[in-house]
Design a protein. Structure first.
Length: 322
């Protein structure tokens, strides 16, 4: 079975193709902006580029649309106008070519592609992207959320600080390189509430340092504090669940300092630590295709008459039947 997957939750429009074993194609375009993502503008950008990405994916796989056995699309969570671009294309392809269609949860897809690449079976998952920050693990047939942010996502917090420092979106890589040259650790609010996290107080305090401290010291202090909060909660989840693998996924997982902190944390727990390669940590169509393949293969399909995207679809609402 060959499945084509479409990603369009936020800034990236991607099309991936898989036979369930290998990546056959993974093409994308990404909407660039200096401020935050403007949902309507991002969706218009996607609408303009969607057909080209689809054609490129089929071409790089050496396939015709008729060779595709099933269509998968990211149904949520994400920005409504963007989700509808991918959803509309998926529904059109499924109806026009008479293929089964399945709606994939974007967060579950990040987890599945990470497990697939690293060969992990039952990891504690730390999912850190622009909008999401969750510590999860499979229990009773679902990815249960052990802890999460109560306000903004970790990546968004980094991007907002970046904007105050005059950096372009996404600011993560630039904050990371500034932080490497930080010399002084400024004390900032450290807010862990049980198993949950809040970032807004820390962010406000860090923004107030702009002009008073060097950008390097601000970036360094911010990263050290916010990452320590995340690692603390993750360690508690690991100790409690006694899982043997820790998987760090999502855009912020690219950060080397964060990976280093996780590597140190897992050692005394005799757990493995891993994170996917950049192409899979960023939003991409292949992870949607791969998860869609698993869903279709286990008999789950979507009603072709319906296309209601789910902007706030929670990770723990999905039954993991594969
Ligand atoms: P996603 O939402 O999964 O596409 O991830 C995008 C987020 O990842 C943005 O908020 C980026 O700023 C962030 N990001 C990307 N690279 C890095 C990095 N090296 N360090 C920290 N954050 C990063
Ligand atoms: Mg994502």
């Amino acid at each position: 079975m060959i499945v084509l997957g479409i990603e369009s939750t936020a800034h990236t429009f991607g099309v991936g193709i898989t036979d369930g074993k290998k990546e056959l194609a993974n093409e994308k375009v990404t909407y660039k902006t200096t401020g935050g993502i403007h949902p309507r503008e991002a969706s218009q950008f996607m609408g303009k580029n969607a057909h080209v990405v689809l054609e490129n994916a089929l071409e790089s796989a050496g396939l015709n649309i008729k060779d595709i056995d099933g269509i998968a699309f990211a149904r949520g969570p994400g920005l409504g106008p963007c989700l509808r671009v991918g959803g509309t294309m998926a529904l059109f392809l499924a109806k026009h070519y008479n293929k089964p269609i399945v709606g994939v949860n974007h967060c579950v897809a990040h987890i599945e592609v990470g497990k697939w690449e690293l060969g992990y079976k039952d990891p504690l998952v730390v999912y850190v992207s622009g909008a999401n920050t969750q510590i999860l693990g499979l229990a009773g047939g679902r990815y249960r959320i052990f802890g999460e942010t109560l306000d903004i996502g970790l990546g968004n917090a980094i991007d907002v600080l970046g904007r105050s420092l005059g950096l372009e979106f996404p600011a993560g890589p630039k904050i990371e390189s500034l932080a490497r040259n930080g010399k002084r650790l400024v004390e900032l609010p450290y807010t862990v509430k049980g198993m949950d996290l809040t970032f807004s107080g820390l962010l406000t305090a860090a923004k107030k340092l702009v002009g008073k401290e060097t950008p390097e010291n601000i970036a360094f202090s911010f990263q050290e504090t916010i990452f320590a909060m995340l690692v603390e909660v993750s360690e508690r989840a690991l100790a409690h669940t006694k899982k043997r693998e820790v998987l760090l996924v999502g855009g912020v997982a690219q950060n080397k300092r964060l990976r280093e902190m996780f590597e140190k944390m897992v050692k005394p727990h005799n757990a493995k630590f891993g994170s996917p390669k950049p192409e899979y940590n960023g939003d991409n169509g292949f992870m949607i295709a791969l998860t869609g393949w698993k869903m279709l293969n286990s008999g789950i399909a979507h009603d072709k008459g319906k296309l209601n995207v789910l902007q706030d679809w929670r990770t723990n609402q999905i039954e993991i039947r594969w």
